[in-house]
Design a protein around this ligand. Structure first.
Ligand SMILES: Nc1nc2c(ncn2[C@@H]2O[C@H](COP(=O)(O)OP(=O)(O)O)[C@@H](O)[C@H]2O)c(=O)[nH]1
Ligand SMILES: [Mg+2]
Length: 221
C-alpha cells in the first residue's frame, strides 16, 4: 500500500512537469548518497547536470568538514585532499545528476602569481558558466568574521548577480553568550541581517540539520 503511494506521488511529480528521478522516500537520503564523481580544471570539461550547488571559501575555513557533515560521511571530502586535486573543481554527485561542487579554497599565501591567476580564471569561469548552478554557498569563519578576501569574493558575486548565501562555519568557537551578537556582527559586516546567514558547526553539529534541509531542497528542485 505504502509502495503504491510512493509510486503514485512519483508519477504525479513527473506529470506536474518536475523532473524527479527518485521516489519520494529516497529524497531524505539525497545528501547521504553523495559520492565523488570527477575533478576538472576548466568549466568546459563539465557535462550537463540538472541542479548543482557550489561551496567556496578560503582554505581552512571548514569546507571539507562541512561537506562531510551534510553528507553524514566521515571521509567524503578526503578525496579532494589527494595531492593534485586540492586546486581543482571537485564534483560530488547524488541521484542521477544532482551535484555538490567543492571549489578550491582561496587565500593560500605563497602561491606564485601565475597560479593565483589561473585559480581566478578557473573559479570565475565555473561560477559564471553553469546554467544549472542554483546557489553558491560562501563559507566564512564565524569567529574571525569575513576577511578582506571573503568580502572581495562576495562583492564580485553581487556584481555578477550570482545567487549566493553566506554560511558561517566553526560557530562552536564563539562563546555561547556571544553567539547572537557575533552572528549579527558577521552579517552586518556584509550588509546582511542575522537570519540571512546560515550559522553552523560541523564539529558540534549545530545548525547542520537545518542546513542539510536547505541544500536538499535546492537539489530536489
Ligand atoms: N572548531 C571547529 N573546527 C573545525 C570545524 N570545521 C572544521 N574545523 C577544523 O578546521 C580545519 C580546516 O578544516 P577543513 O574542513 O579541512 O577546511 P577546508 O580547507 O576549508 O576544507 C580542520 O582542522 C578542522 O578540524 C568546526 O565546525 N569547528
Ligand atoms: Mg578542503
Amino acid at each position: 500500500m505504502l509502495q503504491c503511494f510512493h509510486v503514485w506521488r512519483h508519477v504525479c511529480r513527473i506529470a506536474e512537469g518536475k523532473r524527479c528521478w527518485f521516489p519520494n522516500k529516497d529524497m531524505a537520503q539525497l545528501l547521504g548518497d553523495l559520492r565523488f564523481f570527477t575533478s576538472a580544471s576548466d568549466v568546459g570539461q563539465l557535462g550537463f547536470c540538472h541542479a548543482e550547488v557550489a561551496f567556496v571559501g578560503r582554505s581552512n575555513v571548514g569546507k571539507s568538514s562541512m561537506l562531510n557533515a551534510i553528507a553524514q560521511q566521515k571521509q567524503l571530502a578526503r578525496v579532494s585532499k589527494t595531492p593534485g586535486r586540492t586546486r581543482l573543481i571537485n564534483i560530488f554527485v547524488t541521484g542521477i545528476d544532482r551535484w555538490v561542487v567543492d571549489l578550491p579554497g582561496y587565500g593560500f599565501a605563497s602561491g606564485p602569481v601565475a597560479e593565483r591567476l589561473s585559480w581566478r580564471t578557473m573559479i570565475e569561469g565555473y561560477l559564471t558558466g553553469r546554467k544549472s548552478l542554483r546557489l553558491i554557498f560562501i563559507l566564512v569563519d564565524a569567529e574571525v568574521g569575513p576577511t578582506k578576501l571573503d568580502i572581495q569574493m562576495i562583492d564580485w558575486l553581487r556584481d555578477m548577480d550570482l545567487p549566493y548565501r553566506v554560511v558561517a562555519t566553526k560557530t562552536d568557537r564563539v562563546k555561547p553568550s556571544k553567539q547572537a551578537s557575533q552572528r549579527k556582527a558577521v552579517a552586518a559586516k556584509l550588509g546582511l541581517q542575522s537570519g540571512d546567514i546560515a550559522w553552523v558547526s560541523a564539529v558540534k553539529g549545530a545548525g547542520i540539520a537545518e542546513f542539510r534541509r536547505e541544500v536538499t531542497g535546492i537539489l530536489e528542485s
